[in-house]
Design a protein around this ligand. Sequence first.
Ligand code: PMP
Length: 290
Amino acid sequence: MPQVVYFNGEYVPVEKAFINVYDHGILYGDGIFEGIRCYDGNIFRLKQHLRRLWDSAQYMGIPIPISMEEMEVAHAETLRRCGLRDSYIRTVLSRGVGDLGIDPRKCSKPTLYIIAGKIAMFPESDYENGIAAITASSRRVGNDTFNPRVKTLNYVNNIMAKMEATNAGVRDALMLNSMGYIVECTAANFFALREGVLTTPACHVGALRGITRDAVIEIARGMGLTVKEDFLTQYDAYVAEETFITGTGAEIMPITKIDNRVIGKGSCGATTRAIREKFKALVKVDGYKI
Ligand code: PMP
């Protein structure tokens, strides 16, 4: 089936979906996005993703040209037209086409598009063995510069951190804030388990409020674990019994080596595995059916 993209209210073949060179999303990173996933025809927690998109747009002062209901339909319709039931979806809203100055008032109409792509799955062995990470020197943007809860088109700090990880021969990187507290990984939230307490960096430390993060917090509490949103340092990560990251792409991925230290027993821990099993069941039922 041909790939179709929702582009400013129309469904167009991907070959005909072009961004104008004057779009401020490209010129200045002036825009926001969502990464969403569809599991066997169920768009997992679409409402929560759209809520976050609306919140990011509110922060940035970018008007969203369609209603939330229309947005839901546009997502489902894009998937249907692509013939995809399992997909990674990218929703982008930019300030729109303006002139070469930064003044957003020159952008009269935001650009909105939805791409439904094929999902690139991580090999099952990664979920069994876990992946290695380093701590990056590139810091996550902080509340004092640009609010990190907004999912903007500016990922350069994270990209630099990812490059550090690649150069070090590992898969991902922990990113710290300017105070040295762990915030998250390059495109996923971070969790550490120790003595029955599961801790993840609080949003005010600089973490994005991940949709997967929220689901994991609910699942873990349902399993009787104590879950804290708190400050975490590299020390907490090194001495944890289990660590893992969460994200729409990675789902729940164990981190079994950090800065060359083996975490716990060096493979996926029992708690991480149990949370992942529950998550796998949730993604099929909780969401918007296409
Ligand atoms: N943090 C960052 C910086 C991210 O880019 C992502 C991916 N969207 C996440 C965390 C995880 O969020 P989610 O579970 O909503 O995918």
